[in-house]
Design a protein around this ligand. Sequence first.
Ligand code: DC
Length: 232
Amino acid sequence: MSRQQGVPVIAIDGPSGSGKGTIARRVANALGWHLLDSGALYRLVALAAERRGIGLADTEALAGVAADLNVRFGTGADQDEEIWLDDELVTEAARTEEAGAGASAVAALQPVRDALLSRQKAFRRPPGLVADGRDMGTQVFADAVLKVFLVATPEERAKRRHKQLKDKGIDVSLAALSRDIENRDRRDSERPVAPLVPAEDARILDSSGRSVDAVTKTVLDWIAELGIAGQG
Ligand code: DC
């Protein structure tokens, strides 16, 4: 077994708006582990392609963009995620609904997924990794020591996204957002490559009506119960 394979991974997968990003960050901070926001990589492929005028039909060029992605993740003063693309801060641009829809489209292309695989695996470093996405537990880190599949009702997910965007001063109607979420779920779940499905050994966690603290606590309790410890 390589040194990297011995490093524990906690996979947190689920649909958009289920709270995976927030919960993954909380858990990673609580443990002092690394964090992989894999959705951000797909969002950046879509963003970089758009900036270079590459259309969503040009699979080969998109795979090239994914392979050459010059991305850096950082943490801002308030502990929030910072995303840099070609040394430009693009956190806000990467979080828009347009970037999310573009990400969902490029993520359905196997060559793009292949191009991002080794990059995602490289996040696995001691003492451990918390990875959030759609296929962390099924494909990228199938040997994760804990697989959480986070769900929430579609209404709650749309409301959360609405609030998040509103807090950022972005005005989108709740109905339009619900429709977008529904479309994105369908595309992510029905695609032939790495569809959004819980791993067979995943623990399903419903965050509907529960606070971030309560959901984080459930995950941390599972980690303690399983005796999961960081390496090194
Ligand atoms: O988690 P997110 O909303 O940032 O993800 C954006 C899109 O990227 C999502 O609609 C599907 C895709 N994605 C994926 O296919 N596999 C992942 N591991 C993460 C995201």
